[in-house]
Write a protein that binds this ligand. Sequence first.
Ligand code: FCB
Length: 441
Amino acid sequence: MNQAFVRFPRGFLWGTATAAYQVEGNNTNSSWWQWEQQPGRILNDDKSGLACDWWNGRWKEDLDRAAETSQNAHRLSVEWSRVQPEPDRWDELAIERYRSIMRGLRERGLMAMVTLHHFSNPIWLEEQGGWENPETPLKFAAFVRKIGEALKEYVSYWVTINEPNVFTYTGYLEGKFPPGKKDFNAAMHVMENMVRGHALAYHALHEIQPEARVGLSIHYRSFKPASSSPLDRFVARIQSAIFNDLFPRAAKDGKIRFLYRSINVPEAAHTQDFLGVNYYSRDLVSFDITRAPALFGRLRYPENADLSENGFIANEPEGFFESLKWGLQYEVPMLVTENGVEDLEDKMRPRYIAQHIHQLWRAVNFNWPIKGYFHWSLVDNFEWERGWTMRFGLWGLNVDTQERIRRKSVDLFADICKENGLSSEMVQKYCPEVLQNIFPD
Ligand code: FCB
């Protein structure tokens, strides 16, 4: 057998990512909690309930698991609706609890990356029009200031907004996230206000903590035209321009480019110290006249794709390399802030991890400025409109008993983190089916 080992630079960050609403439980003041109560919104009408019970303290045991398996960083989020349950009230006890979680990260040797908006809004904000309301960026900035002050001694990396592109598409074009709209005009307002909110948050954090590193996490999809027809090519181009590029370009040069108009937001220029890349899969896209709200794009996976359990993700590791190549144009360091696959039985995950880490190494080997990798996720968690049907954790979760189930991917990822690299022995041990693909004879 080939003996091979691919190594990452010293100090590379290895961790997992989570989001408050998905792990804390009982986030009753969030727009998502209300959404869950409406029949038909979540698959099987699943409820987040206690989620992974982090708010009652189970974050401790899960972060122990992360540290014991050689991770050195963790990405998590702060839930706005907990910190500001009503427009004129800060919950100081909730903030204190977040401080103790941050201390817990430090005690375990986990570098903290904190996301300030991960899909969930306070109910009061949603009632005022959410991100369609031009006042929302200011309100977001006030919340960011409050948290910046409270957590600055513990946090090195801040993600202002997680996947503003997914938030807008899913909530305002596809109607699957709250507020369930299909309205391109509303989506444009939301995108503009999110750029403004991000810019205000960036400046606020730098005022509070000059050495802060602040950025956005973008869900990147490499849209490939499904055929050579000009319409498919056109639709792939516009999907990519809006979905992938609108936010990081605005954060680079202060200009929002919609299809037929642009808006100058000068305060957004140079507001990314790093680019967060979330990569899961890549799609073929074709023109479909019936899909007007979703910019006329119909997405599908290639024939014979290596599909995840529910078909939600195709294992396309080369797309990961493409995502990092795409990120280079923004000329800032990159962090992979999410990457993973839904897989209850853990049949695909080991090879998905090994193949993606191998592509990551290829990119690092070109000396592209990539500083770390966060796997989604540490433990199965509440998967938004797909409820509990999709299991992304290294550890499984029994939702009824809160018991954690150690999947074999835990050990593969632990070996990668510990060795700061990937070896042919690891691949042979955990996913021999891709040994020839990763380390050919
Ligand atoms: C991303 C989200 C994350 C999780 C994964 C599977 O789009 O940021 O919260 O749902 O997908």
